[in-house]
Design a binder for this molecule. Structure first.
Ligand SMILES: [Zn+2]
Ligand SMILES: [Zn+2]
Length: 247
């Protein structure tokens, strides 16, 4: 969704953009409802994945560096439940990507099975050709028997040809269903990125590996993962400190 001109200016210059340098700044406080608390805690995830398939949509709240600094210096820093909410939100984003990673693994194992089928399909194709050869050999015999007036024998051979044709159609139907599966035509070995869930080619060129690692989605999820770990360490330290304090 596009930002309105006012939102864009807020992003670029901060919400106090209209205040003159020596003028008292507006009354905006970091605890106000319209201030993004995730941004105060570190960053707003809505800004990480813009225009990717992981796009979280725009955040309507104010992101202001000045307010973040004021929150950092405030005595109430860390006591507002903002960090706890931030952690829960980041964990919910990671839960989604972990589901995507699991689905990716399932797809790859299915793909491996289809590949086995593909080998079988080559066998099948040979079989189809063999049957076609048999049919082609039988047709002149039927004509010959017919011209000699040996109707019963000609009839029996025609039935045999029909059975062969049915057999050929059955095999062809299976072969077509395998060929139609798009993943079965993927000859390169694939793997799932354990950070962002993207499909990667095993042993791909280093430049493409680097492009992936520097990409918006991978970097975004790596940042979220790291932040979750950092927040958990902080919470454990707080908890231990509190235990010692009250003991
Ligand atoms: Zn935000
Ligand atoms: Zn990745």
């Amino acid at each position: 969704m596009a930002l309105t001109p006012a939102q864009l200016l807020d992003e670029l210059m901060g919400p106090n953009r209209n205040a003159l340098p020596n003028e008292a700044k507006s009354e905006l406080h970091w605890s106000d409802d319209n201030v993004c608390k995730r941004f105060l805690c570190g960053f707003c995830p809505s800004q990480l994945f813009t225009n990717t398939r992981s796009d979280l949509g725009p955040c309507e709240k104010i992101h202001d560096e000045n307010l973040r600094q004021l929150y950092k210096k405030s005595k109430r820093n860390g006591k507002m439940q903002y960090e706890e909410d931030f952690l829960r939100y980041l964990q919910s984003i990671m839960a989604d990507v972990e589901r995507r990673i699991r689905r990716g693994h399932q797809r790859l194992s299915l793909n491996a099975k289809t590949k086995e089928n593909k080998d079988i399909s080559q066998e099948d194709e040979e079989k189809v050709m063999e049957i076609s050869r048999d049919i082609n050999a039988l047709i002149p015999q039927v004509e010959e028997l017919g011209s000699e007036g040996r109707v019963d024998e000609a009839q029996a051979l025609t039935e045999q040809i029909d059975k062969l044709k049915e057999q050929r159609e059955r095999i062809q139907a299976v072969v077509i269903s395998i060929i139609k599966d798009p993943m079965s035509n993927q000859d390169k070995q694939m793997e799932v990125c354990e950070t962002c869930g993207a499909f990667l080619i095993v042993g791909d060129a280093q430049s493409r590996v680097d492009d992936h690692l520097m990409g918006k989605q991978h970097m975004g999820y790596a940042k979220i993962k790291l932040t979750i770990e950092e927040l958990l360490v902080i919470f454990v330290h707080h908890f231990l400190f509190m235990c010692m304090y009250y003991w």
